[in-house]
Design a protein around this ligand. Sequence first.
Ligand SMILES: [Fe+2]
Length: 160
Amino acid sequence: MEGKQTLWKQKYLLEIDEIDEQHKGFFDLCMKQALLCDRARKGEAISVRNIIKAIFALRNYAFYHFHTEEGLIVKYRYPGVYGHLRKHDLFLQKLMEFSEELEGYIAHQDTEASESFLDLADRISAYATTWWGEHIVEVDKQYAQHIRSCKGRPSGGECS
Ligand SMILES: [Fe+2]
């Protein structure tokens, strides 16, 4: 993890600037959280609170990004819109399961991160990184193609 600049990869490029920037932003947050865990494992005094803040930043960003993305695919009348929304829902559902697991640690936020807490935090960032990578390549690329073909039409703008 250490030394890497970003977890974003060229193969994630959709050529829709706003979305690409947000995807990069999300991977940056995953990286930030994973680096905090690395530092804690190396003996640095990192509190549970610091890592929980990073996890909730990921969660907030996911809401923000899905809002943008879903608005865009509705605007361009992407035929697979509901299937796509459902995929986002499943990700959020998994985050809810993680937040249940976090609950026991929330009462002890000012303590240093324990091994079991770090394992949980690592599972969350690993899940988020893997899910987003696969989702972009397998699912987002489909709507991106639709939007690009809409934009390429002489009437520009929205597809019917
Ligand atoms: Fe998506």
